[in-house]
Design a binder for this molecule. Structure first.
Ligand code: NAD
Length: 422
């Protein structure tokens, strides 16, 4: 198998490689090991054939990439989306390596996915797809090896099927093989909302540092799924106004503030935000020119292009999504004095509570939601503060500072372990 290490691609993997190149000059002697971060440790491509409800057989392509395991088992979500491809999964797995290290969790980075539009499958077809995919990757996952979780297009039910399939193969129940499970099956309280909560916690911290008041702040959210909707709710609870929302169905605006609770309710019976009567429909490009203070990209990667960065009016960008900003757009935002809280810390709330879930599963002892939220707040605030201090020390952006912290931790682990066989 030939992987695209050639750096010729323009996708998410290329964005990641550029981010690593930017941090290398800060790593002194550790930069000897930097190539270890420029390739995945292991990448598995699997064929996932399933019998459809109409009796036909369809084949889907699936992946599980373990980017780096120097600091512990792999950790990272499973994406079901029609655009999933190897380069994207490689980048997402690499961002998990950086993310777990920034927050100092004892994990490496991994990611998986299947190229499929889950909305086009029946529930039975989705279950068959999930179980067959799990079976195909079961040789490389496990509670001590690599622990999947939900991502775009997957959820707690899918994690339950993954856990059941893996446990059935192993002959006993192994709850710790995945996180983001239903609470009945060893899932953690607070996990579903954790990523959005983390966006709020890190955003609140940095807003205070740059003198931006949350009460009254105008917030735009792209992607109103798990991450975007929860972050929006918490900002509204803190008296900010969500004035713009965009998802796959279109963009809506209301200068007085969108009723986020009503919008969440609306989405229970509608496929997207389009048609919501509590706001006006706007053109998708207008979303990027809106008069706002805070932008939360919480959809997919590669959304903030240099053209959009030139027009953006926000003072603060909170990267709920993974890799939403292209490197040249990153430069443009920095040049324009717009502060970015990078994905690797901004959306780390999910993996942090996944870590709590894994610990609880290992101990078979479960914590209250209050305890989980408190621990999440403490851990993320500390990590955000470390990143802020590192940025001040190196006179660099928060993204570079986060990468410096993470890469140091990963590469120190690598150098202390040495290169087998020595
Ligand atoms: P989700 O499937 O719940 O929601 C995705 C949202 O993005 C939906 O509102 C969808 O309509 C919107 N969207 C899809 N394509 C779009 C497009 N072309 N333009 C505008 N909007 C579009 O997914 P999620 O779990 O909320 O994840 C969102 C992002 O956050 C992803 O980048 C994911 O990798 C990242 N993330 C998720 C978690 C988690 O715990 N769920 C953790 C860390 C990072």
């Amino acid at each position: 198998m030939t992987l695209s290490y050639s750096n010729e691609t323009n996708g998410a993997w290329r964005t990641y490689l550029e981010q690593i190149d930017r941090v290398a000059p800060y790593l002194s002697h550790l930069s000897n090991y930097i190539d270890t971060l420029k390739r995945p440790k292991r990448a598995l491509i699997v064929d996932v054939p399933i019998v459809m409800d109409d009796g036909t057989i369809q084949h889907f392509e699936g992946y599980r990439v373990q980017h780096n395991l120097s600091r512990g088992p792999g950790k990272g979500g499973i994406r079901f989306h029609p655009d999933v491809e190897l380069n994207e999964v490689m980048a997402l797995s690499a961002w998990m390596t950086i993310k777990t290290a920034v927050v100092n969790l004892p994990f490496g980075g991994a990611k998986g996915g299947v190229r499929v539009d889950p909305r086009k499958l029946s529930t039975r077809e989705l279950e068959r797809l999930t179980r067959r995919y799990t079976s195909e990757i079961s040789s490389i996952i496990g509670p001590q090896k690599d622990i999947p979780a939900p991502d775009v297009g997957t959820n707690a039910n899918i994690m339950a099927w993954m856990m059941d399939t893996y446990s059935t193969t192993e002959g006993h129940t192994i709850t710790g093989v995945v996180t983001g499970k239903p609470v009945n099956l060893g899932g953690s309280l607070g996990r579903v909302k954790a990523t959005g909560r983390g966006v709020y916690i890190t955003g609140r911290h940095v807003a205070q540092k740059i003198g931006l008041d949350i009460p009254g702040a105008r917030v735009a959210v792209q992607g109103f799924g798990n991450v975007g909707s929860e972050a929006a709710l918490l900002f509204v609870e803190a008296n900010a106004k969500v004035t713009h929302v965009q998802d796959h169905s279109g963009s809506i605006a209301n200068a007085e503030g969108i009723d986020v609770v009503a919008l969440i309710d609306y989405l229970k019976t509608h496929d997207g935000v389009a048609g919501f009567t509590g706001a006006t429909a706007i053109d998708n490009e207008q979303f990027w020119e809106a008069d706002i203070d805070i932008l939360i990209p919480a959809a997919l990667e590669g959304q903030i292009t240099v053209e959009r960065a030139e027009k953006l009016k926000a003072r603060l960008v909170l990267e709920g999504a993974n890799g939403p900003t292209y490197p040249d757009a990153d430069d443009m935002l920095n040049k324009r004095g717009i502060t970015i809280v990078p994905d690797v810390i901004c959306n780390a709330g999910g993996v942090t509570v996944s870590y709590f879930e894994w610990v609880q599963d290992m101990a078979s002892y479960f914590w209250s939601e209050e305890e989980i939220n408190e621990r999440l707040d403490k851990l993320l605030t500390k990590a955000m503060d470390d990143v802020w201090q590192s940025a001040a020390q190196h006179d660099c952006t928060l993204r570079t500072a986060a990468y410096i912290l993470a890469c140091e931790r990963i590469l120190i682990a690598r150098s202390e372990r040495g290169i087998f066989p020595g």
